[in-house]
Design a protein around this ligand. Sequence first.
Ligand code: GLN
Length: 281
Amino acid sequence: MPKYREILKINEQYALDNKKEDSGVKLLLMHFSKMDSADLLLSMDEEMPDKLYQDFLYGVDRYIAKNIPVQHIIGYQDFYGYSFKVNSDVLIPRFETEELLGNILLIYGDIFEAEKIDVVDIGTGSGCLAITLDLEDSNMNVTATDISKEALKVAKQNNKKLGSNVNFLLGDMLEPLKGMKFDILVSNPPYIPNKEFVEDLVIDNEPSLALFGGVDGLDFYRKIIKNAESILNERYIIAFEHAFNKAKELRKIIKKHLKDVEIIQKKDLQGKDRMTFIIKK
Ligand code: GLN
């Protein structure tokens, strides 16, 4: 049998030749070999066992030839250090969204003292934001909504698997929250404009419901912003992720509907406008 090093190299090149990420191939090898990258490094000059070789090649074929996301082949995506189950019913959590989460944890202490904080995540998908907030901060009491029953099934499985205690409600945006009050509203709603080009890997495998946000991609922000104060306490934070080219328009919508609020807009690690925080003190 050839060595790990040779097999990995050939298949990484196969990925690159087909405009796929070589890191995807490495993730597949880590998954099928049940090794982390340190163990894998130590095995590079060993011969790859036959069974592993077959499993790995089958995975590589699904990834590169069949155009299936690595996360669907291995069944999970890491988010903020936690492993979230994903399938075609939910958006695969993205790195940018970890930044939204990190920023919420960083700023909320300036607005609220160490007290119990009620948080709601709108359009929770896999549950990555809601569950991680619940796990990272014991002050946070977290509720999450989604319009998709199938997505909520995945989110609830993640809630159980990761030992968090999020309350999940089925329904459109803020609808299932009538009569409830929160201190923090967080959302990474679908934000791709309806007619914008989306690469095959995404459009063929992730739910359209989680991707598209109307003609200009801002429909869900309008819906949330118009009604947000009906479910928020006097002092609040709203934290949004959004498309990199929509920061200005989003600011306009906020100014139109919310009075006496501070608006903070931040870039992601790639230097793109990606997050907006609305703070009412
Ligand atoms: N809130 C989930 C996430 O950030 C789902 C987002 C969505 O489906 N648009 O991954």
